[in-house]
Design a protein. Sequence first.
Lengths: 110, 118
Amino acid sequence: DAKTTQPPSMDCAEGRAANLPCNHSTISGNEYVYWYRQIHSQGPQYIIHGLKNNETNEMASLIITEDRKSSTLILPHATLRDTAVYYCIAKRGSQGNLIFGKGTKLSVKP
Amino acid sequence: GAVVSQHPSRVICKSGTSVKIECRSLDFQATTMFWYRQFPKQSLMLMATSNEGSKATYEQGVEKDKFLINHASLTLSTLTVTSAHPEDSSFYICSAMLLAGGQGDTQYFGPGTRLTVL
């Protein structure tokens, strides 16, 4: 599975959009981009995933560049409860394992 | 939907005892479940992959005789830490795979079990 690179930390003001970037320049054609987050002392929470097209659900939007070498997770209106470590993971849909890197620690501030 | 539970949420035991942790997919069937371990200020590390009705596949460096995994049904996997020692103290997290029929299968995680071995 392709390696992903994320900034170690980011701050965001409450109520503003949080845009979390992820680089996956070696991603292969059958690998999806998955996003999870982990709030302190809890299990990871699934957010969203996509292959080529942009995706949106009730939690977030995922924007994948046309060359698929990078993506951005967008939390449209961040709240204090969105403070967490966010993980971007490239994985083949039904194969391979979720390999967690260090992720991005997002701090939402009032 | 896609809820995974773990029991217990927290356990404290004496060195040398065995501890069993249960992982259940509450509203879907999971052919495949996974067990992870997380030490303080570190990321999740995959320990093993559990397939219903067959032996688990362990990651390199994980002792299969120490961490016994049973996946006897499509909704239940158990992890037993045998002869636990203080260095086994950690946050253990399971996940269950929800098949999506070619749309990217998704793992859903349980809330985790905090194990403290005295």
